[in-house]
Ligand binder design. Structure first.
Ligand code: FAD
Ligand code: NAP
Length: 312
């Protein structure tokens, strides 16, 4: 039986692996369905990790993380986990090939992904002027005109954030009413750099070899068309957490979840199930940044070490 199973090999899972193995846990396996690294490996530029002054691609940035973990004994099994379940006082990890592995403790760090809009050009320019993260990429568009797609709290709050960096922020939303709280919408309306375009949809994201140059828009009420020159489109239309491994055969979650499907944890990354920890973007109130996910992973590993020590 494993002492610790880590599900997911992004920044949270890898940091958990480093701290758990270096902290003395034996038989620690990280189950990651692909190459370790997580979401950030799809980013072309990563420049906000404290202490790393050089701007690197997400892939290059994450490469040393796994090497460092493997040096301390972390094992990587390239496998998709279907479900984590409780068996008495330990856990069963069911893999997609039907194999089941048992472990005394588990850290789930399966992350999540921003929702995509499916608009023409989105995939072509993803990471080259189409972004899902204002905190990550806003600075690259300092003093430039940008647009946001979406009308929820994330879209409006990030518009207010971007207005402090960019020269103009246009919020494009498909309805005249906003899902975001009225107070937040009112705050955005007070910002001179923010403009609202409603009810508008994006027909196409325009660009060239240098990246995004503009948007072809349509008024959804009268069908009139409009072109908007911008350097970046932030698609902020919701986020999907990868909580499938928590779902049991009877449809219930192994641990308590928020109304958005995020795992409820305390400051030690403990769930309401003893021995089960959740770290990174999957947990409630996650800041959805690499540095935060890494810190969560380390915290969860320290908790797992303590748990194993007390359950010998
Ligand atoms: P993830 O990185 O999502 O990793 C989860 C891992 O779990 C994945 O590798 C996945 O394959 C694996 N997994 C999921 N389900 C299973 C399963 N059932 N079985 C096995 N494995 C599974 N943050 C910054 O700090 N700075 C930035 O500049 C920045 N830029 C970004 C740019 C982009 C395009 C994106 C998408 C995100 C960016 N972020 C950035 C956010 C950052 O990437 C995330 O906050 C961080 O990766 C979350 O780490 P995590 O370990 O919680 O989850
Ligand atoms: P959200 O509330 O689900 O809003 C998504 C927005 O994107 C909606 O306005 C939706 O339009 C639009 N949208 C969805 N799919 C689209 C598509 N394909 N094309 C164009 N537009 C599309 O998501 P969120 O803003 O990420 O927020 C998620 C949850 O977190 C919400 O409950 C929110 O209140 C909460 N949150 C809270 C805070 C806070 O309290 N400070 C901050 C951030 C988020 P429609 O409205 O027309 O459906």
């Amino acid at each position: 039986m494993l002492e610790l199973a880590i599900i997911g090999g992004g920044p949270a899972g890898l940091s958990a692996g480093l701290y758990a193995t270096r902290g003395g846990l034996k038989d620690v396996v990280m189950f990651e369905r692909g190459m370790p690294g997580g979401q950030i490996t799809s980013s072309s530029e990563m420049e906000n990790y404290p202490g790393v002054a050089e701007v690197k691609s997400g892939f290059d940035f994450m490469m040393p993380w796994q090497e460092q973990c493997f040096r301390f004994g972390l094992k990587h099994e390239m496998a998709e986990v279907v479900r984590v379940k409780k068996i008495g006082n330990h856990f069963g990890i069911l893999l997609s090939d039907g194999k089941e592995v048992e472990s005394k403790s588990v850290i789930i760090a399966t992350g999540g992904s921003p929702k995509k809009s499916g608009v023409k050009g989105e995939d072509v320019f993803w990471g080259k002027g189409v972004s899902s993260c204002a905190t990550c990429d806003g600075f690259f568009y300092k003093n430039k005109e940008v647009a946001i797609l979406g009308g929820g709290d994330t879209a409006i709050e990030e518009a207010i954030y971007l207005a402090k960096i960019c020269s103009k922020v246009t919020i494009i939303h498909r309805r005249n009413e906003f899902r975001a709280s009225p107070v937040t919408v009112e705050r955005a309306k007070q910002e001179s750099k923010i403009e609202f375009l409603t009810p508008y949809g994006i027909d196409e994201i325009l660009g060239d070899s240098s990246g995004v140059t503009g948007l072809q828009l349509k008024n959804l009420e009268n069908g009139s068309e409009k072109k908007l020159d911008i350097a970046c489109l932030f698609v902020l239309i919701g986020y999907k957490v990868n909580n499938a491994v928590l779902m049991q055969e009877d449809g219930h979650s192994l641990c308590a979840l928020s109304e958005y499907g995020e795992a409820l944890v305390n400051l030690k990354m403990e769930t309401n199930i003893s021995g089960l920890f959740v770290a990174g973007d999957l947990r409630v109130d996650a800041s959805k940044q690499v540095v935060c996910a890494a810190a969560d992973g380390a915290t969860a590993a320290l908790g797992a070490i303590e748990y194993i020590e007390h359950h010998k």
